[in-house]
Structures are given as C-alpha cells and as structure tokens.
Design a protein around this ligand. Structure first.
Ligand code: PLP
Length: 391
C-alpha cells in the first residue's frame, strides 16, 4: 500500500491521537528504514528508544522465530523458560533481586508505585502513601502515571486524577519542602526523557538516595527510557553511584516487542504477594525470548561502544557548528540537542524527517535515540543529512 493510501485509511478508521509525520515505513535493517515507495531513512529515533538492537537484528529474529514455533502464551498460572531466564539476566546485570513483567512503561511505573504504597502500609500503617516526583518528569499515560508526571499540560481533561503525588524541583531543598509525614517514596528519571533530555545532577541524586535511606522512603527510578543500555550501562543508575529500591523498564527491553516491568531489591522482594499484582500478558514467552536476545547482543563490550558512539556523535555535531543548534546533552545514545532562538525543534525535526533522518523532539530540544547497534556508517549518513539540511 502506498503512503498516501495508508494515510487515508488511518484518517478514516484510526483515532487521531497522534501527530504523525507524513511518512510510512515498510521494512528495514538495523538503523536504515525504507518506505513503501523505496525511500530510505536513517533511524535516529528507534521507535522512541524501543529498537535497542535495531530493525531485523538477525540474532533477535532467530530467537523470536524459534519461540513463535514453540509457544506463544500460557498465562502466569504456569512456568515458562523465557521469562525466568530474562529475569535472571536483568537481575544479574543490575544488582537487583527480582523482576515483575508487564507490557508497558506506564504499567511498570504503576507497579513500583503500588510496591511503594504497600511497603509503607505493611510497615507503618495507613496515611503514608504520597510519592514525590520531579517537575518536567514523564511517567506515562494512565490516570495514575499522568498524576505522577510533573508537567501541568498532562493534568487536564481526565479528572479526577489519582491522589497522592507531589512535585518538587530537582534539588534537595525543594524535595524536603514537598515532604511531610505522609511520604512513601520518591520517583525520578535520572535523565528526563520526554521532558527535554535533562540529566539530573549526580550530587543531587546521591543526596536524594541518602535522604530516602534516612527516612525509609523507597527510591524508585523510572528507567523506561534510560534503561537497557541506552546510556551506555544496562541501567542509568549504575552511572549515578546509587542502587534504587525499585526501577521500571520497558521501551528497549524486548527489542521491539511490547514488554515492560520492574526490578526490586532484596528489601522489597516480598512486598507484592500472590493476588496483589498481576498482568495477563506479563512475561509472554515471545516477548521474553526477544528480551533474552537483546541481553545477549548488548554485551558489556557493546555497551562500551554505546558510550563511544555517543561521544562520536557529540564530537561531530560540535565540529559542524550548525548555526541553529546549540549544546548537546545526555549520556550514551540518549542525546538532546539545544535549538537556538529563532528556530523551533518541531520545524527542524520535520525537516530532518523529510530529508531522510528520523529524529525526535523532547521539551525544546531535538532528541536522538538511535538503535544501540547503529553502525558508524549509518551515523555518518545520518549526520551528513543533518548537516546538509540544517546548515
Ligand atoms: C515512554 C516512557 C513512559 C511510558 O511508557 P509506555 O510504554 O508508553 O507506557 C514512562 N516513563 C518514561 C521515562 C518514558 O520514557
């Protein structure tokens, strides 16, 4: 079907909740995608950080195909091998104790919020249930994760929102000012993704971890975008010198299949007991087989390369000195590029997309989240398009 025909059918039969670009993708390989008309795009978006190992990665494909031929689903009333092996890998590489599997980032965050409230209720009784989150954060689209999100534009239309969230700025004084006797946990993204690729200050994060330990608040980290190697370590918290009580994950975990969930430490492993939390599709064998392949592809050496590729992109952007672009921020292959006055990130992004480089926006910045397996040749092709289009 042509791009034009797809757009017409979409407009007729699909809810118009997305601001889609006038671009369709038919197939691809690693960070190179192809439209139905045969036009090539270099992928600096990775399905918003989902395609951690690229499109049609052969190792991932083989693992998923083998699982499709074996078993698609059995429910969580029984054991299956893929989710067990994936849980072992995620725990081993994060220093966490146990995993829960669901389907999305919002569901992962709902899970760690439930974890924090039950932990507090079990230990201290009712009335200690507030979760402090940060301004400019993003935690998802369910009623509860919208309430957790620290951006007022998300607090519209869908009243009443879930109670028990309070926002603070990313500094210790602001967090302390927001805290009463009713706090159960703090939930943060270590690099705010949707809010504009805003890395938190390392010293603040460590002070926050100490404050949480002192007051027995759970430290919850939303690693939905930063996790699974995106920043050059399996989870971003590994570069901040902290160990959270729980962290959520989703986007890149299964390399393109829908999966989300969370990891908890030893202290929290017995909080959620049978009957208190569940997800019908959670730990689905096909998604989990994809997840295991992602873990195998993202070796420690590959994660080092993620850091190097990120450095390379930063260096080249600096050398190009494109007038409409400013500083580059972020970690690994989660990069935000400031846009100078007189330009908007939306118009620059639309021009890049049209020119054959799929990029993203976040806050007021351009955002790049390429597949972690992107080749140097693909990076160069993408940056050449960027230079030609924006210079
Ligand atoms: C994308 C994202 C979410 C929401 O994930 P969904 O899978 O869309 O529910 C939550 N938190 C962060 C940090 C994200 O980047």
């Amino acid at each position: 079907m042509t791009t034009q025909a797809l757009m017409e059918l979409d407009h007729q039969y699909v809810l118009q909740t997305y601001g889609r670009n006038p671009i369709a993708i038919d197939h691809g390989s690693n960070a190179t995608l192809v439209s139905p008309e045969g036009k090539e795009y270099i992928d600096f978006a990775a399905g918003i950080g989902v395609l951690s190992v690229g499109t049609c990665n052969p190792v991932w494909q083989a693992a998923v195909k083998a699982q499709v031929d074996k078993l698609a689903h059995v429910s969580n009333l029984y054991y299956t091998e893929p989710y067990v092996r994936l849980a072992e890998k995620l725990c081993t590489r994060s220093g966490m104790a146990a995993a829960f599997f669901g389907n999305s980032g919002a569901e992962g965050n709902e899970g760690i919020i439930k974890l924090a409230r039950k932990y507090s209720l079990d230990k201290y009784g009712p009335g200690r249930d507030t979760v402090i989150t940060l301004n400019r954060s993003f935690h998802g689209r369910t009623i509860t994760t919208l309430a957790a999100t620290g951006q007022d534009v998300f607090h519209q239309y869908f009243f009443p929102f879930t109670e028990g969230f309070r926002q603070a700025d990313p500094d210790l004084a602001s967090v302390k000012a927001a805290a009463g006797d009713d706090v159960a946990a703090v939930l943060v993204e270590l690099i705010q993704g949707e809010g504009g690729v805003n890395p938190l200050d390392q010293a603040f994060v460590q002070q926050l971890a100490a404050l949480c330990a002192e007051r027995d608040w759970l430290l919850l980290v939303d690693e939905v975008q930063t996790g699974i190697g995106r920043t050059g370590t399996m989870f971003a918290f590994q570069q901040f010198g902290i160990q959270p009580d729980a962290c959520s994950f989703a986007k890149g975990v299964a390399g393109g299949l829908p999966m989300g969930g969370f990891l908890v430490n030893e202290k929290c492993r017995n909080v959620l007991t049978p009957g208190t939390h569940a997800s019908t599709f959670g730990g689905n064998p096909i998604a989990a087989a994809g997840g295991i392949a992602v873990q195998e592809i993202l070796s420690d050496d590959m994660l080092r390369q993620v850091q190097e590729k990120g450095q390379y992109i930063r260096r080249r952007l600096q050398e190009m000195a494109i007038p409409c672009l400013g500083n580059v921020v972020g970690m690994g292959l989660m990069l935000g590029v400031e846009v100078r006055e007189g330009w908007t990130n939306r118009e620059l992004c639309a021009r890049l997309n049209e020119a054959g480089l799929l990029a993203l926006t976040a806050g007021a910045k351009l955002r790049f989240l390429p597949p972690l397996t992107i080749t140097e040749e693909e990076i160069d092709k993408g940056l050449d398009i960027l230079q030609k289009t924006l210079s």
